[in-house]
Ligand binder design. Structure first.
Ligand SMILES: [Zn+2]
Length: 143
């Protein structure tokens, strides 16, 4: 049986789930909460490192700031898109003002900037808000 590693969105521990058959229920072995929850999770540096390097699924990270109008406008589309990718992609957010080290590490020059990571490495990025449909299409090309 092949498996994939999914990092719990709640407690950050790594879980293995089957990769070769559909999963309808997946609960974290540690905190017992659902691994299928899709609400974008806000990451600090340590959570970021766990999610980005521990997941076998792509991690889609929105670098935003509280004062950024387009970021606020995009937030509902980002959350709605996330629901379509349960156990296939993790959606997360980084507050670029609180986490300036991460913003510097990835050379974030304008916000929102959305980066897709696969097994710890950046594979693609977009600067500027995306509508939900375009965001979903873009993520699908990286699954
Ligand atoms: Zn957990």
């Amino acid at each position: 049986m092949s498996t994939k590693n999914i990092v719990c969105p709640h407690c950050g521990s790594t879980n293995r789930i089957p990769a070769d058959r559909p999963v309808t229920k997946a609960v974290c072995g540690k905190c017992k909460k659902s691994l299928m929850d899709t609400a974008p999770i806000e990451l600090n540096t340590s959570k970021f490192n766990k999610q980005v390097s521990g997941n076998d699924i792509p991690v889609v990270v929105d670098f935003f700031a509280d004062w950024c109008g387009p970021c606020k406008m995009m937030a509902p589309a980002f959350a709605a898109a996330a629901k379509k990718f349960s156990l296939t992609a993790r959606f997360a957010k980084v507050n670029s003002e609180k986490e300036q080290g991460l913003a510097a590490r990835y050379n974030i020059r304008s916000i929102p900037t959305i980066i897709i990571f696969k097994r710890g490495r950046e594979v693609d990025r977009v600067s500027g808000a995306l509508p939900q449909g375009q965001l979903e299409q873009w993520v699908k090309t990286h699954l």
